[in-house]
Design a protein around this ligand. Structure first.
Ligand SMILES: Nc1ncnc2c1ncn2[C@@H]1O[C@H](COP(=O)(O)OP(=O)(O)OP(=O)(O)O)[C@@H](O)[C@H]1O
Length: 251
């Protein structure tokens, strides 16, 4: 089942297309790593798909009535700023707002919030003031809030940035499991090794265009990596799973 489709999506900044004629479908079960160097257009593609910037072409999300969109897709922006000094449980509970029950929090809401807190390894942090947590802990709180929204589709920008290795792997595994449960995830990621190991599919952007879409081994070819990122790379299948490592700059 298709959760999102983009048809010739284009975003102009002045005269310049920063997202250029992109076609993309996201199916249930996809965990898509959205890759590309700085400025490739990853954030703008996701924001365009969500209707947060002006686009031409089509995004199926925009066919959903605005009030119903928050039931279909959760958006985790790159900015991890938490503005108010409120506790972790309250922030995660904000993910339930689109479900809009009369009571502030129902038993279902409570169960979904508790599950998100547990999944993000935040048990014991529930009553801590979020603004006093470390950057990585705050990032996990905001991921938990997005999970609490309990949508079929999640778009996440630089989802592992600022996390330590154990929590990077843990977040990737959470998304992998959510995809295996039938959700669709699109996450922009700079760590190509993590993307190669955990994503079911990779989409590679370069200068606003989608230049490759497929299995990690088909997308992270030495030629693609050299052309798009300007680096030499090493990709090998091991007993520990696929290992991808950029090894040098192309001169
Ligand atoms: N508000 C804006 N006005 C003008 N240009 C913009 C604006 N937002 C983004 N751009 C330009 O659009 C291009 C794509 O930016 P975008 O943030 O989508 O890239 P990205 O792939 O997410 O990069 P990064 O990995 O650095 O986050 C960049 O060249 C950027 O400078």
């Amino acid at each position: 089942m298709t959760l999102m489709s983009l048809d010739r999506l284009t975003v102009l900044r002045g005269e310049c297309p920063v997202v250029d004629d992109v076609n993309l479908t996201v199916e249930k079960g996809d965990f898509i790593g959205l890759l590309g160097p700085n400025g490739a257009g990853k954030t703008t593609l996701m924001r365009g798909a969500l209707g947060l910037v002006k686009t031409t072409g089509a995004s199926s999300i925009l066919d959903i009535k605005p009030a119903a969109r928050a039931h279909h897709v959760a958006w985790l922006p790159q900015s991890r700023e938490i503005a108010w000094p409120i506790d972790v449980e309250t922030i995660v509970s904000l993910g339930r707002i689109p479900h809009g029950s009369q009571k502030l929090i129902t038993n279902t809401d409570r169960a979904v919030v508790d599950r998100a807190i547990k999944r993000l390894d935040l048990t014991g942090f529930e009553h801590r003031i979020a603004t006093r947590l470390s950057g990585g802990e705050q990032a996990r709180v905001l991921i938990a809030r997005a999970l609490a929204q309990d949508t079929p589709l999640i778009l996440a920008d630089e989802v592992t940035a600022g996390l330590d290795p154990a929590h990077q792997i843990s977040v990737m595994q959470i998304f992998q499991n959510l995809a295996a449960e039938g959700k669709g995830i699109v996450a922009s990621i700079h760590d190509l090794g993590l993307a190669a190991r955990h994503c079911t599919r990779l989409v590679l952007m370069h200068q606003g265009k989608l230049v490759a879409d497929g299995a990690p081994t088909d997308v992270l070819t030495p030629e693609n990596v050299k052309q798009v990122f300007g680096v030499e790379s090493y990709f090998v299948q091991t007993d520990h799973g696929p290992i991808f490592q950029p090894v040098g700059i192309v001169r």
